[in-house]
Every structure is written in structure tokens, then in C-alpha cells.
Write a protein that binds this ligand. Structure first.
Ligand code: AMP
Length: 186
């Protein structure tokens, strides 16, 4: 199964993805986690991405598309993927579509998680206190939400046209959201 988990930063995609990975045995791939790993390892990509991520902006499309190509053709993702954090622009979505056609992969669905903006800010500030992520400061959070609205939210229309966009409320407890998510897997 090939699934995209979509939604603004702080909506709970990562938490839900980990639970879904466990239940359905589909590998969870988070582009944000991969980039943070590259920063930690101080690779060329990590060094390039750090300042961009710390400001809450997006890493260039060509870099991200190449990263996804490598992942989709890896042994780990032979039978499926739970993609979290990609695509984040319409250009990335178009490139992904082209790639999937080439690789003869069908995207099963895009699950869009939505919560109110106040809840997102609240959750991101709480996560900042817990994880010390350098892009969870109030200033950067504001920019990330702006970038989401401007560049990422339009991706929803892209998938709506394909008829594979399913929207789920991210309000409530982790279990409540998880139950809503699993009903989208039936
Ligand atoms: P995340 O952990 O998904 O919130 O991602 C953290 C940061 O990584 C984002 O704010 C971006 O700077 C960068 N990033 C992750 N995925 C992408 C993507 N698909 N396109 C561009 N930048 C990305």
C-alpha cells in the first residue's frame, strides 16, 4: 500500500505514522527525519539543509524529489510506503506522480489530517519544550505555518482532482485520531 500522510506541521502526522507502521507493517518515511539525520551526520546535504530548516523554509524541490526517488526504488519500500512530509509543493506532487507512473506504482490514498490553527501552534510549542527542535521556536513556527498555507496547502487540490484525498480530523486524543485513521485503511 502506498499512502501519503498530509497536513500542516504539528498536526500529529509523525505520531500517527509510527502507530500505522506498527499496525500495518508499512515503512514510515519522514523526509523531515531524513533531513535531520543528514544534519546530524554533517553530510553535504545536511549542511545545505540546516539553515533552510532552521528558518522554517523549504528545501529545494530538486533535492527532495531525488531523495524520494532513491527511497521509492529502495528494497525497504518494495511493497509500500507511508510517506510523511512529502510532497510539500505542487511541483513535488507532479514530480512524484510522474515517478510513480514510471515505476508502475499506484498511490492508494492521501490522508489529510486537519486541526485548528490554535491547536497547531499549541502542539508545536509543546513539542519544542520536549524535543528542543531548532525549528519549533515561536518565530519559526509562524513562518512554517505561512509556508504551509502558501506552498503546501495547494497540494490538497492536486489530489482532490485524482479523487484520492481523504480528510480526517486530528482533534482529540492520539487513540481517537488513530481510530479515524484506521477506518481510512479499510
Ligand atoms: P518536518 O519534520 O516534516 O516538519 O520537516 C522539517 C523541515 O524539513 C521542513 O520545515 C522543511 O524545511 C524540511 N522538509 C521536510 N520535507 C520537505 C519537503 N518535502 N520539501 C521541502 N522541505 C522539506
Amino acid at each position: 500500500m502506498h499512502i501519503i500522510l498530509f497536513g500542516p506541521p504539528g498536526v500529529g502526522k509523525g505520531t500517527q505514522a509510527k502507530l500505522l507502521e506498527e499496525k500495518y507493517n508499512i515503512p514510515h518515511v519522514s523526509t523531515g527525519d531524513i533531513l535531520r539525520g543528514e544534519i546530524k551526520e554533517q553530510t553535504e546535504l545536511g549542511l545545505k539543509a540546516k539553515a533552510i530548516m532552521d528558518s522554517g523554509n523549504l528545501v529545494p524541490d530538486d533535492i527532495m524529489v531525488q531523495m524520494i526517488r532513491n527511497i521509492l526504488t529502495s528494497a525497504k519500500c518494495k511493497t509500500g510506503i507511508l510517506l510523511d512530509g512529502f510532497p510539500r509543493t505542487v511541483a513535488q506532487a507532479e514530480a512524484l506522480q510522474k515517478m510513480l507512473t514510471e515505476l508502475k506504482i499506484t498511490l492508494d490514498r492521501v490522508i489529510n489530517i486537519e486541526v485548528t490553527e490554535e491547536h497547531i501552534t499549541e502542539r508545536l510549542l509543546k513539542r519544542a519544550a520536549e524535543t528542543h527542535r531548532t525549528d519549533d521556536t515561536p518565530e519559526v513556527i509562524k513562518n512554517r505555518l505561512q509556508v504551509y498555507k502558501q506552498n503546501t496547502a495547494p497540494v490538497k487540490n492536486f489530489y482532490e482532482k485524482f479523487g484520492i484525498l481523504h480528510t480526517v480530523s486530528g482533534e482529540g486524543t492520539i487513540d481517537e485520531v488513530f481510530n479515524r485513521m484506521t477506518s481510512e485503511f479499510k
